[in-house]
Design a binder for this molecule. Sequence first.
Ligand SMILES: Cc1cc2nc3c(=O)[nH]c(=O)nc-3n(C[C@H](O)[C@H](O)[C@H](O)COP(=O)(O)OP(=O)(O)OC[C@H]3O[C@@H](n4cnc5c(N)ncnc54)[C@H](O)[C@@H]3O)c2cc1C
Length: 330
Amino acid sequence: MQTADAIVVGGGPAGSTCAWKLRAAGLEVIVLDRAAFPRTKLCAGWVTPEALRDLELDPGDYPHRFLTFEELHLHWKVLSTKPRTRQHSIRRFEFDDYLLRRADAKVVNHKVRDIHRDNGDYVVDGEFRCKYLVGAGGTACPVYRTFFSERHPRNSGLQTATYEQEFAYDWKDPTCHLWFFDAGLPGYAWYVPKADGYINVGLGGIAEQIKHRNGHLRDHWRDFVGKLKRRGLVRYDAYNPSGYSYYLRGSVDAVSDGNAYIIGDAVGLATRDMCEGIGPAVRSGLLAAHSIVTGEAYSLAGIGTLSGDSFASRLLERSFARAAEAVPGS
Ligand SMILES: Cc1cc2nc3c(=O)[nH]c(=O)nc-3n(C[C@H](O)[C@H](O)[C@H](O)COP(=O)(O)OP(=O)(O)OC[C@H]3O[C@@H](n4cnc5c(N)ncnc54)[C@H](O)[C@@H]3O)c2cc1C
């Protein structure tokens, strides 16, 4: 049996941030992840300055691909605008591995299946024992499933569906483009260049709304990559996109139970306008670690529900909220 003060299930931004702060406070920490790092994580890789501040990450010290946008190129129907705002892109493959290494915790490649309580401790798969258990396993987090799912069932009206691909590409336009509600998509599509010849293109929206409109992401994808080609943004013919689903922020209040905590996508914390999940995942990791170290209550009050305050942000929030209202508990 391997023992530690705390076990963190999942080594994404939520889990690695929590582990980093617990280690800094002197706790013994094991991070269990079913994937061997560096691992692929479906994500556009847009990171905000706020998230970098929370991570105490100076871009100058970051050793991997890092690109800064001084403006975004936003499109809505025939309108286009270029608001000035400083945002960044990274590759999750590199970023998550960097953060997990920096956490300085013991990392074990292990898929968590069974968790039970024993004399006030948590025992994971009969192999690991701890006093504090942190669920950072994303949408399918086993800590959420075991201790929180009954008290806090997920709201299907807030479930996103996404389709994306990241690949080596010699892009010419170094701006981040976003297309809102394009061709009936109840969400948005993106073109996110990365430093040194990588790019991520994708789209997403509220799953129930897409279904309600008899749409399928595959069809939106075909239209979208056609548009990228016509505009001369990406001329590429070897697409093989993948999908992933996660939850926007609902009225979650059950985030700890005894000494068990959930953070990041395990809670469903992505913003209700831009579906931004990295920043809220990092912030929740900090808050859970603070609670474990100080004994103060763990609350989500310090985590924003929106990424922006633009017209597009409010439109997106309203559009997403309409779908959520149809489902109790949003
Ligand atoms: C297509 C797409 C694009 C996105 N784009 C952006 C963006 O540009 N910017 C942004 O801020 N957010 C974006 N998001 C959201 C963002 O990716 C997530 O909100 C964020 O990764 C959440 O971090 P996390 O640490 O909670 O979970 P994750 O990063 O998902 O990490 C969870 C970890 O848990 C592990 N795990 C799962 N189950 C088990 C188990 N049983 N046992 C052990 N380990 C397990 C997984 O292997 C994984 O490493 C996007 C999401 C998608 C799907």
